[in-house]
Write a protein that binds this ligand. Sequence first.
Ligand code: GDG
Length: 469
Amino acid sequence: MSRLVIVSNRVPVPTPGTPPAGGLAVALSGAMKARGGLWFGWSGGKLEPGADEQPEPEITTIDGVTYAVIDLAQRDLDEYYAGFSNRMLWPLFHYRMELTEFTRVTLSGYHRVNRLFAQKLAPLICPDDIIWVHDYHLIPLAAELRAMGLRNRMGFFLHIPFPPPDILTVLPNHADVVRSLAAYDVVGFQTPIDLENFETYVRRERVGRRLPDGRFVAHGRAVTVEAFPVGIETQVFADVAAASGRNALVRRTRESLGDRSLIIGVDRLDYSKGIAQRIQAFETFLLLDPEWRGRCAYLQITPKSREEVPEYAAMEREVAELAGRVNGSFSEVDWTPLRYVNRTVGRNALAGLYRQAAVGLVTPLRDGMNLVAKEYVAAQDPENPGVLLLSRFAGAACELDGALLTNPYDVDGTAGALARALDMSLEERRERWSGMFEKLKTHDVAWWCQSFLAALEQPDEPSQASRIA
Ligand code: GDG
């Protein structure tokens, strides 16, 4: 078996003796442990001003996995990370053209950092290694490595949506982006919809075609392009949730609720997650269904993220104002409808809170997959499962067919769906939940990882993954 090299923008280097946190890190570390592995990327640290901007990687081996990380200069972080990645690619790929900001300076920073990654990674690569690159920050990495003469098998997985061509072509360098993707041997998207968008782009822009074996030929290279929907550690999550009754935070929350129904939302503070529209839907629900006042509580856990990007700061104010308005309008002396928490809670507590919640509100305006939707389902009590209210624009909607689907732009519709979820019979809840849970058990994060690696290792055998949903 070839050694596996993972490359991602941030590297979650674990502290020795502590297992990696989060399903993706667990799955990827597991795959690397099984075959020997190297994880390369940004340390999360900044170079001192005036330091050499070509830092050597800091290399450590922990539990059989080697981590090689570099610090980045402030200018790199401004242009590559906060700039082109998070003010151009992120909003555009989430269909938010009005939030994009394209500048030649940030584009050039994006390419400079991808070249730096390639220069620092290439000396660590052996000829038989397979290389798996993650996410939109690093689209040009394979092309950079190939320009340096590397002939390894290289795969790329896009965690966020791939937009339709009318949106992608808003990007002035869209042709380069797709040419960069063609430098990989395998390109993985989250859903068949992303795959269809890619296929339409390739056809309309006349940059390639589909081969009879299912691969694409584009820019002179044959590339396997498939949907590999990312999963979670389903059984682990279910077990943690089932044992969460002992968790102090979970106990306190239950006591504070009494017999009220809990509605839960968990999202990074990001405009793609539709948090403002969701709070408006909750407000409408309280207006239209006054009998639920005093009988439910909506807990929205929203850790802050990307605070260096201006659109995020603006959104933080908007959501805080809305939350204040809802509580100002509807609170009673002994009842607060919305509990808006801007902090992270521990993973075990989170699993327990999901399990207590009668409704999981997962209503992004657009999302590559959305792991919260899957975690909510995995955490439910099989005897008395809650209802997942899921945006039709989350990648997870392609798989989770037992969810109540909603259009998050339709605030009244979401409010109505929330009332329907809270009133749903036990029989219907069980039926909807059990099919989803079975699917999540088979298509967990280990399955995702193995499917992608199987495609990366077997050049001419399209894997099963695109045919699942
Ligand atoms: C990208 C794509 C795709 C959140 N708050 C807390 C907490 N979380 C955890 C959740 C979940 C994760 O963070 C968020 O995952 P998502 O999938 O919802 O979202 P993104 O960060 O946007 O991830 C997305 C994903 O990549 C994977 O491919 O699904 O579409 O955008 O695991 O549980 N965890 C804890 N405390 C919190 O307060 N412990």
